[in-house]
Write a protein that binds this ligand. Structure first.
Ligand code: RB5
Length: 155
């Protein structure tokens, strides 16, 4: 797996994003930060789209998005073809988002999670493989829906 991670947050996730950047760098990842760069309010759709576009285009294979709850960022990211963004709240959802959903974008709530738990979730999410098998068939069903409902952009 390419060890490059795209990361971004709005103001609600800024503090956690900064902490996760440190954690990821310590673990040897190249981290590409798509903003925001402070606590001033920004619109999460604009920021989330930057990482979602990187993943959707194939330029970067894994991304992490953080907003206050994680809800807005996950809604945005899942608009982009090929992006499987998983809003996770604990170690179990982080692990299963990889095993069963091959999630390529982890979404976290900066106002929901403590930094220690979030770091552990990121570690588990990065280390857990996709299980393939019947789960692959289900992802293909989603891909087929993208092509049917967004024929110009689906791939
Ligand atoms: C910002 O106040 C907040 O709405 C945002 O971070 C996020 O939680 C939206 O879903």
């Amino acid at each position: 797996m390419d060890s490059t991670i795209a990361i971004a947050s709005d103001h609600g996730g800024f503090e956690l994003k900064e902490d996760l950047k440190t954690f990821l760098a310590q673990r040897g990842h190249r981290v590409v930060d798509f903003g925001t760069q402070g606590e001033s309010p920004v619109d999460y759709p604009v920021i989330g789209a930057r990482v979602a576009e990187e993943i959707s285009s194939g330029r970067i294979t894994r991304g992490i998005l953080v907003c206050g709850t994680g809800i807005g960022m996950s809604i945005v990211a899942n608009r982009f073809p090929g992006v499987r963004a998983a809003l996770c709240h604990d170690l179990y959802t982080a692990e299963m988002s990889r095993r069963h959903n091959d999630a390529n974008c982890l979404v976290l709530g900066g106002r929901v999670l403590g930094k220690g738990l979030a770091r552990e979730m990121v570690r588990v999410w990065l280390e857990t493989p996709f299980e393939w098998g019947r789960h692959r068939d289900r992802l293909l069903q989603i891909q087929e829906m993208e092509q049917r409902f967004c024929p110009k952009r689906g791939k």
